[in-house]
Write a protein that binds this ligand. Structure first.
Ligand SMILES: [Zn+2]
Length: 247
């Protein structure tokens, strides 16, 4: 069993991510690949809500509907901290059993993470929830994790020593990472992270990169079987016990 905690797909909106013959974006395609690997649960935010900022409210609402009809799908609620009504929306949805937490993407949304960090992370601290962030000013995030200990921060796309240092430096142990994305193809990055901070801080994700590639990077890593299990599903089941209780 595998849980993909970090994925994206299109949803038929006019803000969808352009798809080509060699790079598919639909949920159906993602699911077809995932099914080959017994990936049984997928944490999603729509491309249209992370790549731009015009349709986030509607996307959060429509993904919630998709969650209701597909057991596999779990939701990251996307937040652009400049849109006040999104804080209200997230507050009203955060306790849903299909919601994993808040997703932020300062790079694609086009704001300075440090300018809005207190606003975002104090809100997450109040909700005691996870924030999944696209990496941005990684080293500087440690002070916010220390300041807001009830929030848990996943700095996505493990692909640098900075990721690992941030996990190690956080006072309350509330920084995590995920293996999603192309950067995990560095040939010792997974091994280095496990050796330095342990496998309990690392979640499995694909970011809609090829599932087999992302799986293989963990399955054939120079780490123990226990570490692989932690990354593939144990950590997700532990930290998202409510959401994944039937998995
Ligand atoms: Zn992502």
């Amino acid at each position: 069993m595998i849980i993909d905690l970090h994925a994206h797909c299109n949803n038929g909106s006019k803000f969808d991510c352009p798809e080509t013959e060699i790079d598919k974006r639909s949920f159906e395609f993602l699911n077809k690949k995932h099914s080959l690997l017994n990936i049984e649960a997928i944490g999603i935010s729509y491309y249209s809500s992370v790549l731009q900022t015009e349709n986030i409210y509607q996307d959060n609402a429509s993904l919630a509907e998709q969650c209701k009809v597909d057991k596999k799908i779990f939701q990251w609620l996307v937040l652009d901290p400049r849109q006040e009504f999104l804080f209200e929306q997230i507050k009203s949805m955060i306790n849903c059993s299909k919601v994993l937490g808040i997703k932020i993407h300062s790079v694609c949304h086009g704001y300075d993470i440090e300018e809005y960090a207190d606003k975002i992370f104090s809100f997450a601290n109040e909700l005691k929830c996870f924030v999944l962030m696209h990496p941005d000013k990684i080293s500087n995030m440690v002070k916010y994790a220390d300041k807001y200990p009830n929030m848990k921060l996943i700095i996505a796309h493990l692909g640098s020593i900075e990721h690992v240092d941030a996990i190690r430096r956080s006072k309350h142990g509330n920084i995590f990472t995920d293996t999603s994305g192309g950067a995990s193809n560095l040939n010792n990055v997974i091994e280095y992270a496990v050796e330095q901070v342990g496998s309990e801080k690392i979640f499995f994700g694909t970011d809609n990169y090829d599932s087999g590639f992302q799986y293989g990077r963990i399955q054939y890593a120079l780490i123990s079987e226990k570490d692989k299990e932690n990354i593939f599903y144990n950590n997700a089941k532990k930290y998202f016990a409510k959401q994944f209780k039937n998995f």
